[in-house]
Design a protein around this ligand. Sequence first.
Ligand SMILES: [Zn+2]
Length: 461
Amino acid sequence: MNLAFLLFCHVCLLINAVSTFQNFSGHKLLGMTPSNDEQVMALRNLMEDPEMDFWLEPTRELQNVSVHVPPQAAQKLEGTLRNVGLPFYTITDDIEKWIEREREENYPGIHLQGRTSGFAFDVYHPLDEIVAYLDDVSRKYPNLTKLINMGDTYEGNIIYLLKISSGGNDTRPAVWIDAGIHSREWIAPATALYMINNLLVNYGNDPYITGLVDTNDWYIMPLVNPDGYLHTWNWNRLWRKNRALAPGFPGVLICRGIDPNRNFDIFFGGPSTSSTPCSSIYKGNRPFSEAESSAIRDGVMSLRDRMRAYFSLHSFSQIWMSPHGYTTLKAPHFDEHMELLTVAITAVEATHGVHYKYGPSSQTLYATSGSASDWVYDVAGVRHSFSLELRDRGVFGFLLPRTEILPTSEETWAGISAIISHLQAKEKTKATPGAPTSTATIAITAETTITTLNLNTTDTP
Ligand SMILES: [Zn+2]
């Protein structure tokens, strides 16, 4: 190799290093707990400022808030906090160090020390590895899985839905789990992938899992927002939205992305949404303008009549939530939701002893409008629709260390499976005495093919 080529390669690497990652050196993460309305309002007024990246939004007094700010905006934020007498603390004064640590711990490929053989579930994976994994399991388990294309994104990536079914000809109740609609919440897709593996590997070996698969069809969309996720790996680790350019804002080329979880046709444009493309909660110009929200809509609508429960995975805050996000009025099935969430939280906390809160989302987290779980409940009519905020409670936030992936996945699975088992037990009790409760047998009929929007067939490509 000659010197010129070596120099050329060196320059390439430098360019690559410079252009690949947005640098967060000196960016701070500040924490605070407002103690009166004036302090809450002062924080809420800062939310329209694109330099203030709220990781925990201000809702009411005595609720923790955290804000990520670049160095040039830190003074403004700290000044505002001092003016209203709100004490704050520094969680980190250099977010870049956290991101570098995460990058080292989760370097793509198979050579990372500590990764188990094959696709490891104790590490965060880039998009191409996740797609390869889904393709791999659909080939490895042709009788149990079907990989379904639910649409192409703005940047041409495919939104995949994996169906796991041992038979029943689409008569069994469906359980839906989606993750990663917000791209920086890496623990959500990691948890969904763990669940896919758990169901497939243990089917036929573990009687509990085998029972859950033989009595339900599982539909898992492990990465709703692949464009945003790719962006978090290649450029901006803290990107939340998709990567679409908003129509009608041709001049705002620098502000890309619509929040797909504000893009559902339910109280569209209500509280906690924005009409400004630069905002991280930009709702888009019309409901279902985005491939990601449309993919969930189409999948859920085709399964609504047999959907036993819907779960949408997010991070962070450690909260299991029922509808609604757009109003604090009680949902019609409030009592049943609380019963199911109590069952879930008991199972979650028994797994690793980690505490989670639960309740309607508008009361436990903050207002959300145009969100998936509200739309699934109100419009699709799925009675058991839940939204989950996984670990942690703000220590690392979106940059949850790799060591917490497996425990988070395990406790989340414990909660979801507890809800499904509980619902099944209740249905069994309600069934006519003497009637058969389950006639499901293992009918191997599915083909391993990628299909388009054909969720209710097991034998059509
Ligand atoms: Zn989220």
